[in-house]
Design a protein around this ligand. Structure first.
Ligand SMILES: [Zn+2]
Length: 84
């Protein structure tokens, strides 16, 4: 039962997680996400991955980065979102 609960929750959360990282969700949604993250290792891992790739991307966009490398990182960020 717990697993089923999580899978539907995870899907809903995956759509919000990017906004959550940007701080664009309302307080209710934020609490919902935080509560879910506490219980769900899968989403915690996903969030950590997304966060890391975003940080990397932000760092690299501040420097002079070759376009090909930036493209690669953007792909990585997108795939991180997909694993949720
Ligand atoms: Zn989850």
């Amino acid at each position: 039962m717990a697993v089923k609960f999580h899978s539907s929750q995870c899907r809903a959360l995956a759509q919000k997680i990017s906004e959550y990282l940007d701080g664009e969700v309302d307080l209710q949604t934020r609490r919902l996400i935080q509560r879910h993250l506490k219980d769900c290792l899968q989403c915690r891992t996903c969030l950590a991955m997304l966060q890391r790739s975003r940080e990397l991307l932000r760092l690299l966009t501040q420097e002079q980065v070759p376009k090909t490398l930036r493209k690669k990182l953007e792909k990585l960020t997108a795939s991180g979102r997909m694993t949720c």
